[in-house]
Write a protein that binds this ligand. Structure first.
Ligand code: 77K
Ligand code: MG
Length: 214
């Protein structure tokens, strides 16, 4: 059933969006998720907050944890300067397959590297496998019980530098209490909360922006 849903999503993108136009892909997915079938994309309301943080950071090196259908991948990549690179990790092969097609339709393949596998396996290999020293911006939107361990892993692997910005989705719904407690109380982070709503609903949710202080 999940795959059928994803095929319907892709058909809606191909029908409504213009190939090579990321904004039309974003609008097509938002329309489908609002009027046809809900999906756990970051959505338009939280997506606007994501856009503003990405534009402010203007990152060269981006890591996204949790690609899902590629909606936030496209949202971020469309704002990146020429030469900037986004690496996105997705554990679920079916979601990865859909995301590749969404990213291709948006025409953003050159900026994006989609890697299938577990975040804890790939984070320690960022340097030797992708030639990444440190990330400028990290978007956390994967399994909620992985936000904290993966953040500590990124610290331990030296992937964060003074000023690296972490932006975490769903800090209220479904919620990431251990991660929130850590970034809000650690002397190594400056955190702030952007209140919003769970994608396509009236339920409260929000994004937590945390700057690594080194
Ligand atoms: C399988 N899988 C692939 N990606 C993931 C990680 N993402 C989530 O779990 C996730 C879940 C929800 C959500 C689900 C049900 C509900 F009632 C309320 C909220 C919203 C989100 O924005 C999310 O990112 C899991
Ligand atoms: Mg999310």
């Amino acid at each position: 059933l999940a795959l059928l849903w994803h095929d319907r999503l892709l058909k809606a993108v191909r029908k409504r969006a213009t190939r090579g136009d990321p904004q039309s892909v974003i609008s097509a997915i938002d329309h489908f998720c609002r009027h046809n079938e809900w999906a756990m994309n970051v959505g338009d309301e939280k997506g606007s907050i994501l856009d503003s943080v990405v534009s402010e950071v203007n990152p060269e090196k981006v890591l996204e944890l949790g690609t899902y259908c590629g909606y936030s991948t496209v949202r971020i990549a469309r704002l990146l300067p020429p030469g900037a690179r986004l690496i996105t990790l997705e554990f679920n092969v079916d979601y990865a397959a859909i995301a590749r097609q969404v990213i291709a339709w948006a025409g953003l393949e050159d900026k994006i590297q989609l890697v299938e596998g577990a975040s804890e396996d790939w984070i320690p290999r960022m340097k030797e496998h992708f030639g990444i020293e440190t990330f400028d911006f990290v978007f956390l939107d994967h399994w909620k019980d992985r936000y904290l361990p993966d953040t500590k892993l990124m610290e331990d692997c030296g992937l964060l530098r003074k000023g690296t910005v972490l932006l975490a989705d769903n800090v209220i719904c479904p919620g990431v209490p251990d991660y929130l407690e850590y970034v809000r109380n650690s002397l190594s982070y400056k955190s702030c909360y952007f209140k919003s709503h769970l994608e396509y609903t009236k339920a409260e949710d929000g994004l937590e922006k945390s700057v690594f202080l080194g």
